[in-house]
Design a binder for this molecule. Structure first.
Ligand SMILES: Cc1ncc(COP(=O)(O)O)c(C=O)c1O
Length: 447
């Protein structure tokens, strides 16, 4: 319904507009020759603008660039700042901790309080801290293999669990393949990773009945290929099949923490054996956690007792440093609250209603999906049932044109797909600006 000529016309016009409005960003990147590809981390090149916006500061749900542009921020650091940029309770706690030491390799009293908060919020009794969600997923996979004595894991086609090599296997024409974009991986990951489509209960039963899978690593709703919701009953079948086959069930709730207070497992069920939460839990300070049942903890303790002393391959020097513990404790006690979720879910509902209205007005066969505070528009008529369908439905050119159009009107979406996050400090005025920018964009694409 939208021609490729129209997409190219909008993309070209918007690139020119960006160029005119952001001269300092261009000078910055021209001078940044000490960074590989002019950025300190190569993903920062993945924005649809001709050069990345250069951030100056951010507060609440507003970001300001060195060119003096202000943005309604619906990217929120790709979830790291889901609860708003620099909440006062976090910045005060960090400032205090900064003068009391940042990394001791020793537990602190604050840490004990934090583990109790994690247990209360997420419903699992025992916890460990890592520096990123990727690292938490890697740790969890290693523990599951260790305690089960099984080598394989199972993940779902199109899932993303961070920089976790084991999860970089895709399904292509029904066959497992190494993810083509992966750099420098020399092992054949297919030997130890089973990959099936999400919501495919028959394939899941087949795979698990072999009895050789240590854990299923899953997001309860897929969030990195657009968003793919669980079909009714699928997660309950997943739980049952794991129990029947002695397979551990891991929920990676790094993104689905948007579902509601406690994440998807708590708000919708079922309960996993282990879970991972990262990014937003520290309000943007690098840290993540994984939690598990008492039974899993007992098996981990038994494994620890039976192995020789020495490197476990789990954790790094900076894991659970004082700054990370302080950040999470401040977030959980003051910022990540049921009241915050009430605001986020209300805002997300407003956004969904606005976008659906504009899609209908424009006569587009697109749809909108919501996972709590996380909203996504997909440029296809019906919700995909799995990662394969979702990947096939993606239209990167249209998406890039829309993102750039919106950025030029002071609205920031996550660069990777059409993900929009509503924080506890996102205003209705910001949501309404996003909806009206989206409406203007669909008009421009149909001209
Ligand atoms: C579901 C999920 N798990 C884990 C991660 C990894 O997070 P990080 O990059 O902070 O390690 C991501 C990153 O986007 C993610 O989407």
């Amino acid at each position: 319904m939208i021609s490729s000529a129209a997409i190219a016309r909008v993309a070209t016009r918007e690139a020119e507009r960006f160029r005119a409005a952001n001269p300092r960003a261009f000078s910055h990147h021209a001078a940044a020759i000490g960074w590989f590809q002019s950025v300190p981390f190569h993903w920062m090149k993945d924005w649809p603008s001709p050069v990345p916006i250069v951030a100056a500061s951010a507060k609440n749900a507003t970001l300001t660039s060195i060119d003096g542009q202000t943005y309604d921020d619906f990217c929120l650091g790709d979830t790291a700042s889901l609860f708003g940029h620099s909440p006062p309770a976090l910045t005060a706690a960090l400032a205090k901790q900064a003068s009391e030491g940042l990394s001791y390799m020793l537990p602190t009293e604050r840490g004990a309080a934090l583990s109790a908060r994690l247990a209360a919020m997420f419903g699992l009794p025992i916890w460990q801290v890592t520096t990123t969600a990727s690292e938490a997923n890697r740790a969890v996979i290693r523990w599951c293999r260790g305690i089960s004595g099984r080598a394989k894991i199972l993940t779902f086609n199109g899932a993303y669990h961070g920089a976790v090599d084991d999860a970089f296997v895709d399904l292509k024409n029904g066959q497992p393949v190494m993810r083509a974009s992966l750099v420098g991986q020399v092992h054949d990951l297919r030997a130890t990773t089973t990959i099936i489509e999400f919501n495919d209960e028959a394939a899941l039963a087949d795979a698990l009945r072999g009895g050789d899978i240590a854990c299923v690593l899953a997001e309860p709703v897929m969030t990195y290929v657009g968003m793919v919701r669980d079909a009714p009953g699928f997660l309950q079948s997943l739980r049952r099949l794991c129990d029947e086959t002695g397979t551990l069930l891991v929920f990676d709730e790094t993104h689905t923490i948007s579902s509601g207070y406690g994440g998807h497992g708590v708000t919708h069920g079922p309960k996993p054996d282990l879970m991972v939460v990262g990014k937003s839990i520290g309000g943007g300070v690098p840290c993540a956690v994984y939690g598990f049942t008492a039974e899993v903890a007992a098996r981990m303790a038994a494994l620890n007792q039976s192995r020789p002393a020495g490197h476990s391959g789990i954790g790094t020097t900076l894991s659970a440093n004082a700054l990370a513990i302080t950040a999470m404790d401040a977030m959980l006690s003051n910022v990540i609250t049921p009241a915050a979720y009430d605001h986020m879910l209300g805002g997300a509902a407003r956004l969904v209603a606005g976008l659906e209205q504009e899609i209908a007005t424009a006569g587009l066969d697109w749809h909108v999906t919501q996972v709590g505070a996380r909203v996504e528009f997909l440029t296809c008529p019906t919700p995909p049932r799995n990662g394969g369908e979702a990947k096939a439905a993606m239209q990167p050119d249209v998406e890039a044109a829309i993102h750039l159009f919106l950025a030029n009107r002071g609205i920031l979406l996550a660069p990777f797909h059409n993900m929009m996050l509503v924080s506890p400090v996102t205003g209705d005025d910001q949501i309404d600006r996003l909806v009206s920018g989206f409406a203007d964009c669909t008009k421009a694409l149909k001209e």
